[in-house]
Design a protein around this ligand. Structure first.
Ligand SMILES: [Zn+2]
Length: 246
């Protein structure tokens, strides 16, 4: 692959992430995409907004595997399986990507409800990591984290105000939601499907790691090489040796 990630590093990323949940994997991938300098500087990537996170991961994905993402979905109308290639540019947030090391604060917005001014900010990866689970309570907790101030001050906000925050969040962080427009060639049905950028990238890393380990296994068995020996050989030469070994 991969201009900036060796196969040995890819295997190590896969190994670290394989026992983790999707949100921790997103953090692992973001740290990997941002490079070592970012890791040494702390956990700045966790404070990216979701659009910033997507921009970082999409940029990394382009450099590692190219700009065309293969996606599979079933048509919700007729059930026909559909395979499409989505360009990373279609998913890229409209705002410029945050530059690692010079990260701006998450964008904010405000509105008036129930006699109060409510100020909220975009969701970050750190919010998702802090609020585990996916139930109603965690949704409330997540939305409450986005509220950075009320005037006059108030405790926990009622559900309808939090829902208003939820409704407005995409407006302050365009690119937080990554959806793909799909059309079924069988029945003509059109719909939009959400594409989980971190999950998609993880699946590709996992697929690559598994193929690579299989090659290590086959070449180690055929030639008595170590894992290190195999990884030192280029993918093109590995293919040759694999064919030669039958
Ligand atoms: Zn269909």
């Amino acid at each position: 692959m991969v201009a900036e990630l060796t196969e040995a590093q890819l295997l190590s990323v896969w190994e670290s992430g394989s026992g983790q949940g999707p949100r921790d994997r997103a953090l692992l991938l973001a740290r990997t995409a941002a490079g070592d300098a970012e890791t040494a500087a702390g956990d700045g990537v966790a404070d990216l907004t979701l659009a910033g996170l997507h921009a970082l991961l999409l940029g990394f994905r382009e450099r590692a595997f190219g700009s065309s993402l293969p996606c599979a979905a079933d048509c919700p109308a007729c059930g026909e399986p559909l395979e499409v290639a989505v360009e990373t540019a279609e998913l890229r947030p409209p705002a410029p990507a945050a530059v690692p090391g010079a990260r701006p604060a998450p964008p904010t917005g405000s509105f008036r409800a129930g006699g109060r001014d409510v100020t909220y900010r975009a969701l970050t990866l750190r919010d998702l990591l802090a609020v585990a689970g996916g139930g109603r309570d965690s949704r409330r907790a997540l939305l409450q984290r986005c509220v950075v101030g009320t005037s006059p001050e108030a405790g926990p906000l009622p559900g309808r105000v939090l829902e208003e925050v939820a409704r407005r969040l995409p407006g302050v962080d365009p690119g937080a939601e990554t959806t793909v427009a799909l059309e079924c060639p069988g029945c003509g049905h059109t719909w939009s499907a959400e594409l989980d950028v971190a999950g998609h990238l993880w699946a590709e890393i996992e697929g690559y790691a598994r193929r690579l380990l299989y090659e290590v296994h086959a070449l180690a068995r055929a030639y008595g090489w170590t894992e290190q020996d195999v990884l030192a050989v280029s993918p093109a030469r590995r293919r040759f040796y694999l064919e030669a070994a039958g």
